[in-house]
Design a protein around this ligand. Structure first.
Ligand code: NAP
Ligand code: GDD
Length: 330
């Protein structure tokens, strides 16, 4: 007789952008979803408030291995998605040790907890195109060598290789998704896309006069977060674990993003954008563009939202948010 119980998944980083979309996606598939949340004096459940009565929340921190072992023992998930990280590149220059503890060693703590509690758990690691850094080839694939340009990128390279190492050493079903930048109306306000769309909405409504940005020439391969969480799930449904690049295959500059976002509300970005040294990085990633052939062929994954639609979606959502039409986040 086959097991009819719903599959259970544990998501670290469930309060983040991707965690909220992945939780929605898994709940729609009939999963029981357990979210690992670290203790803080104020809860940050904004992105998952609409899901809260369908989720189980467990306390745990990537800095504390015992809490991870406890969470796994208590809930016995079949799949673990490790999305938790100190994920902001700029902050990683100011807090390199904390970034390493969370974004690098945190992965080892979670993998080790899985090895101890139940090595049959399937594991997803949120790796990043930031690992390619000063790119060695264009476009980047799973075989492109890494050359990270920030403490965050270095930490992600460690997280990537420890995932491969646990797969090879202990035969864990551990996969690494090398995801290129993905955005949404739920993106944190410090990341450039959301900083731009929020400012565009605010300027349009007469609440802000200018937008101060750093390097306008950096190019990124931007996609929609809602499309990318599906690839995470698909990786854990394969017979064999592997590494996969997930991207749109297109690259656009920060300047182009500004141009489109302001134009969406009939404005010219040149009248409002001011370049400010404060937002420049000690070392920059100039160009990212990926090749998702493996994910498309093996997983059957396709992105659905294109660049123009993504920009329009984010600007419209920020106008609604500032006008009070959205209570939380769409
Ligand atoms: P995000 O919005 O910054 O969310 C990060 C999550 O990690 C939050 O839920 C945060 O919890 C949690 N967290 C941080 N430190 C923790 C700790 N010590 N213990 C437990 N939880 C902790 O990031 P995201 O954009 O959703 O990205 C998800 C993952 O994908 C990250 O690992 C990121 O590095 C990676 N990634 C993202 C992209 C992208 O373009 N978005 C691309 C490639 C890879 P709090 O709410 O308590 O802060
Ligand atoms: N944040 C920010 N703020 N970035 C700016 C600004 C600004 O005012 N002005 C220019 N930029 C440039 C940055 O220098 C960078 O080249 C680019 O915009 C994108 O910056 P972010 O949106 O902060 O994202 P990121 O590419 O550094 O990192 C994101 O993507 C990675 C995947 O490649 C994060 O989500 C990482 O967690 C993720 O791994």
């Amino acid at each position: 007789m086959t097991d009819q119980r719903p599959r259970r998944a544990l998501i670290s980083g469930i309060t983040g952008q991707d965690g909220s979309y992945l939780a929605e996606f898994l709940l729609d598939k009939g999963y029981e979803v357990v979210g690992l949340v670290r203790r803080s004096s104020m809860v940050s459940f904004e992105r998952i408030a609409h899901l809260q009565d369908r989720l189980t929340i467990v306390s745990g921190d990537l800095l504390d291995e015992a809490s991870l072992i406890e969470a796994l023992q208590q809930h016995r998930p079949a799949e673990v998605y490790n999305l938790a990280a100190q994920s902001f590149v700029q902050t990683s220059f100011g807090q390199p040790v904390l970034t390493g503890e969370t974004t690098a060693l945190g992965v080892t703590r979670l993998l080790d907890a899985i090895r101890i509690v139940d090595p049959s758990i399937r594991f997803y690691q949120a790796s990043s195109s930031e690992m390619f850094g000063k790119v060695r080839e264009v476009p980047q694939t799973e075989d492109t060598p890494f050359h990270p340009r920030s403490p965050y990128g270095v930490a992600k390279v460690y997280g990537h290789w420890i995932t491969v190492n646990y797969r090879e050493s202990y035969d864990l079903h551990a996969s690494s998704g090398i995801l290129f930048n993905h955005e949404s109306p739920r993106r944190g306000l410090e990341f450039v896309t959301r900083k731009i769309t929020h400012a565009v909405a605010s300027i349009y409504l007469g609440r802000q006069r200018e937008l101060r940005l750093g390097n306008l020439e950096a190019k990124r391969d931007w996609g929609y977060a809602g499309d990318y969480v599906k690839a995470m799930w698909l990786m854990l449904q394969q017979d064999q674990p592997d590494d996969y690049v997930v991207c749109s295959g297109e690259t656009h500059s920060v300047r182009e993003f500004c141009e489109l976002a302001f134009a969406h509300l009939g404005m010219d970005y040149q009248e409002f954008v001011v370049v400010d040294e404060a937002f420049m990085r000690p070392a920059e990633v100039d160009l990212l563009v990926g090749n998702a052939d493996r994910a498309e062929r093996t997983l059957g994954w396709r992105r659905e939202v294109g660049f123009g639609d993504l920009v329009a979606m984010m600007v419209d959502a920020d106008v609604d948010l500032l006008q009070g039409k959205l209570k939380g986040l769409s």
